[in-house]
Write a new protein. Structure first.
Length: 99
């Protein structure tokens, strides 16, 4: 599987740590491994939250947001990040109360 998009957020707990520009998500073989490589551009960072870990990743996918929780990485001083995420994402309806 390969998906691309624009927009999303990185959060430290409930605080926005960074906003995303373009991103791409690709399955790491085998296809059923639920391991993905996520490449993302960082549109803006919010200090100090962007330097904290772990971060939650929210990707905008149409009217849904895909979320991976507690991923260990930081975006300190970087314009682009590549990270491995594992497991199926939690999928939220856009604007859901639990976001």
């Amino acid at each position: 599987m390969k998906a691309t998009g624009v927009g999303g957020e990185l959060r430290f707990k409930y605080r926005i740590a960074a906003t995303l520009g373009r991103w791409s998500l690709e399955t790491i073989p085998p296809a059923n491994s639920q391991r993905y490589i996520l490449s993302m551009s960082i549109a803006s960072r919010i200090y100090p939250w962007s330097e904290r870990t772990p971060l939650d990743i929210y990707l905008t996918m149409g009217n849904r947001r895909w979320q991976w929780c507690t991923v260990q990485f930081t975006v300190q001083g970087q314009d682009a990040v590549e990270v491995e995420v594992r497991g199926a994402p939690v999928i939220h309806a856009q604007g859901a109360a639990n976001e």
